[in-house]
Design a protein around this ligand. Sequence first.
Ligand code: GAP
Length: 600
Amino acid sequence: MADQEDVIELAKRRGFFFGANGAYGGVAGFYTYGPNGAAVKDNLESAWRDRFTVRQGNMEIEAPTIMPEAVFEASGHLDGFDDMLVECPECGASHRADHLIEDNTDVEEAESIPIPEVEELIREHDLRCPSCDAPLSGEPVEEFNLMFETSIGPGTGQPGYMRPETAQGIFVEFPRLKEYARNRLPFGVTQIGPAYRNEISPRKGIVRVREFTQAELETFIDPEEDEPPLHEVEDVEVTLYPAGEQEDEDGEAYTTTVGEAVDEGVIGSDWVGYYLGVAQEWYQRVGVDMDRFRFRQHLPGELAHYAADCWDAESEVGGDWIEITGFAYRSDYDLSKHAEHSGESFTVFKQYDEPKTVERATVDPDMATLGPEFGGDAGAVADALGTLAERDPDAFDADEVEVEVDGETYAVDSDVANFSVEEVTENGEHVTPHVVEPSFGVDRIVYTLIEHAYRTDEVDGEARTYLALDPEMAATDAAVFPLVSNDDRLLDLADEVTADLRSAGLSVEYDDSGSIGRRYRRQDEVGTPFCVTVDRDGLEGDGPDTVTVRERDSARQVRVPVDGVADEIAALLDPEDDRAFEALAAAYEEIETGVETETA
Ligand code: GAP
């Protein structure tokens, strides 16, 4: 298994990612993607868009990253989006208390443990500051809100926040988005873009950062009627680590199929099960090592404030399991909250096949009584009575009912509310959709792909490191090397091959510097699937000019006519075409080279 430090060092050296703002000393938690990292990330986002937007028939939007405070009051992030902070009394360093516990004890998922117990665990295990070794026992653990606050406009401005998840940009636009979906459920909206969290202790390169990219899909469903096409994925095998197994001392993750897990109620929601199946196949496609991958259910205390059930896709990197995607059943939490706080309608009108006669609870409050009693609040109290009648008609059986307006409780005599139940004929109803959300962390998946692809071996007696990236994810499709730089014919041919490959739609690196061995090593470390070398041998025969094509993982080389090389490589890279390098080796002359020992 690759050492995480080696992976991060390679990432920096080969232009995948590195700490940002280095010229000014850098700030923890912010990373710049170099040219190779940006290309891999872009490929990953395209593969995500292909699977979760285009092939699912969803709509993609792009919302602002700064949103006004009211959005996060409604969403619950202002009150509930906290991590546990403990500060060192000696050096002042800030640490995530739950991480300290997980790193230094056998306790797992400490995030779900209440603060007093966390303080007790710090005391019991005599946990110390990782920066200066001072004891943290007895130090208070506090909730720390992870949102970055900003001020919108000049002067004191209006408070705003950098969005901590892209999802809110979709939820707040629901009243308009439902129109684009012609007011029909179910429909899905996706968004790929930055999210910001003021992490207490960013770490592990791009795994925990303060600015990262999410790819989120919000599926709006009618919980009474809409079902996912579960049959499409019911036979997909998944490794599950349910909450029950985590709580059991001998519990462990096990492999089953999506269909069985849903039938047995291990996965409580068909929709979540469906997305686990779709995602499992997608992770495989992009090159996650499925032996280092599992779906873990959230423990009850770990659930986010909006989630009714949640599973995480986790990959194993550097010996630890990290969450790369969250699959949450968010119920009607978000849309109801935004409706409540904004006063807008966040419902969809569901037309019945036939009109229905139903009993409808209503109130007709006596305003002559409410007015003098509640003054300016009387109208709001009357509205609240109407809402209560719809939600809980039995409440009016009591002599007095209580309603809440702006955090204040008002008691109203039931007679004054004039409560009644009438029979009405209705053509449909307003439904607040439920939301099912797969939320992918793009940076963590990029990191996983790089670490899972990291290999070392020996070629022609020399040690090498290479990235066995899936060709669809690799930053460069092919590299072209003219063997020498003082032969015009050879250089012209290298230019011609480069142009042909680019015309075939491939991304090509042209490299004429250093020894050929060094050029191969550079491309191996970047994960370029094929290298094309133009040498004099290929120009000297009686037949057509040839070049050598070298495959990254096996380091095998084959001599291929120049005329066909672009088509051959394009076919090898085409995911729809199952031709393998073997076919090329069988069709043309293979040159003796090769891998001697595989060491990782
Ligand atoms: N809308 C739901 C949501 O935001 P989440 O589990 O908090 O759920 C989704 O985040 C994904 O975003 C995670 O699975 C993870 O991959 C990624 N993520 C969260 N915080 C991150 C951070 N500080 N750095 C990098 N990725 C992060």
